[in-house]
Design a binder for this molecule. Structure first.
Ligand code: CA
Length: 421
């Protein structure tokens, strides 16, 4: 489908530089104080559009959608309608919210809410969550620090998008505070583990894609088919406790150093909205096995940043990265995930792994930014950070921009609370 790149007008006001022009139309779930029932929405400018009410006003009748599809706690049933239906819905929504629909505008008081008057909820019932490790800069940095500076990448890394199965139960929406985890750690030079709050709490700047259509167990998804199964993307913070992780991860990989929390942005931005921002990915050398080969541009130019806001209010952007740096793209990740017959289900999330760029200003974790704490970040209030402190809020933002069109993700934020007593 060809997407327009010139910003499209709407009868809804859209401030200059908004993440949410008419061509974005991401999906979320919201509620209000006066109506606490969760329902589906989109956003234009700074206005929340209640899709359940528009549906009940018969504006979507031509699509013959299942009754009550937007009056649900999660978007899973809507995503499961499949791309043909959800693309047609997107086109209809663009027409209804376009500048010439005075009839729809006259009923706006039924279905439009200012963003500050709503609560945005976790939009997906997450079934399974997988985290990849697909940024070559990140994998190289971590390999240099923890293994061998000369041979930072493990032998399998350029042959497959490696990943691990994470935990869905602790995925939370932006704004949810995160408690510093406690656990076992082996201090440097010690011969007995200690127990206590993690001292090396970190973020990981990632993006996650949401599965809108599953596959039958035993039947793989090819790289060519993958985009039919990917509904859209979210910002993703994979909170990580480096000291717990370092002691536990051999031989089975990440466990309690990771599964205490992951935060996602409230909006799912569709692949259709991101269409104008496709780019080539890095050259893959050596060439990959046939099941991982793909055609076309499968990376996306999405600018990302991470800001730390201290309890004092002092803040600093500590990273500016880009989703286009991913060595392994989403189609390859999904093809690899299912090549053994593993079945994906609607609502599953696959996260990219930390997205680091080539220079230190683009590293996607404190581990890399401060190089294991050896190069602390100076905050404007005079304090310094090697890792995260209690009271720090981590804010990640992302947007794609080209020819005057900006498609944004909003933000994912989370405040670090002190560990349990
Ligand atoms: Ca991760």
């Amino acid at each position: 489908m060809k997407e327009q790149t010139a910003p499209q007008k709407s009868w809804i006001e859209i401030p200059e530089g908004s993440d949410f022009p008419m061509q974005n139309l991401p999906y979320g779930i919201f509620r209000t104080v006066s109506n606490p029932a969760a329902r589906a929405c989109t956003i234009v400018g700074e206005s929340i559009v209640d899709l359940a009410v528009l549906d009940e006003l018969s504006y979507f009748d031509e699509l013959d959608l299942p009754a009550g599809i937007f009056r649900k706690r999660y978007l899973n049933d809507f995503m499961a309608l499949g791309k043909e239906k959800t693309r047609a819905f997107r086109q209809l929504l663009m027409r209804l919210l376009g500048e010439d629909r005075k009839d729809v505008r006259s009923q706006a008081w039924h279905f439009l809410h200012p963003i500050e008057k709503v609560e945005l909820l976790l939009p997906v019932k997450v079934g399974d969550y997988t985290d990849f490790y697909s940024s070559i800069e990140h994998a190289t940095n971590v390999g240099k620090m923890f293994r061998d500076p000369e041979n930072a990448l493990l032998p399998n890394w350029r042959h497959m998008p490696v990943g691990y199965h994470g935990r869905a139960s602790s995925i939370v929406v932006s704004g949810t505070p995160v408690r510093r985890p406690r656990g076992q750690m082996m201090p440097a030079g010690a011969n007995q583990p200690v127990f206590g709050p993690s001292r090396l709490l970190d973020f990981e700047l990632e993006m996650g894609f949401v599965i809108g259509q599953g596959n039958e167990m035993g039947v793989a998804i090819s790289t060519a088919e993958a985009e039919q199964h990917i509904f859209g993307l979210m910002l993703f913070n994979d909170w990580s406790a480096r000291d717990i992780q370092k002691w536990e991860y051999v031989p089975l990989g990440p466990f309690l150093g990771k599964n205490f929390a992951s935060s996602v942005s409230p909006w799912i931005v569709t692949l259709e909205a991101l269409e104008p921002f496709r780019v080539e990915g890095p050259v893959q050398e050596p060439s990959v096995l046939p099941y991982l080969q793909f055609e076309g541009k499968r990376n996306y130019d999405i600018q990302l940043e991470v800001e730390i806001v201290a309890e004092s209010g002092a803040s600093k952007v500590v990273s500016r990265s880009n989703f286009k740096y991913m060595y392994w793209n989403m189609c390859q990740q999904l093809a690899h995930h299912t090549i053994n017959g593993c079945n994906m289900r609607v609502g599953d999330i696959c996260a990219s792994g930390t997205i680091s760029g080539p220079d230190p200003g683009s590293y996607g974790s404190m581990l890399e930014i401060t190089w294991r704490g050896t190069k602390p970040v100076q905050m404007p209030d005079g304090s310094e950070r090697k890792f995260l402190q209690d009271g720090d809020t981590v804010v990640m933002r992302g947007f794609a921009e080209k020819d005057g069109l900006r498609i944004g993700f909003g933000e994912v934020s989370g405040k670090v609370l002190p560990a349990e007593e």
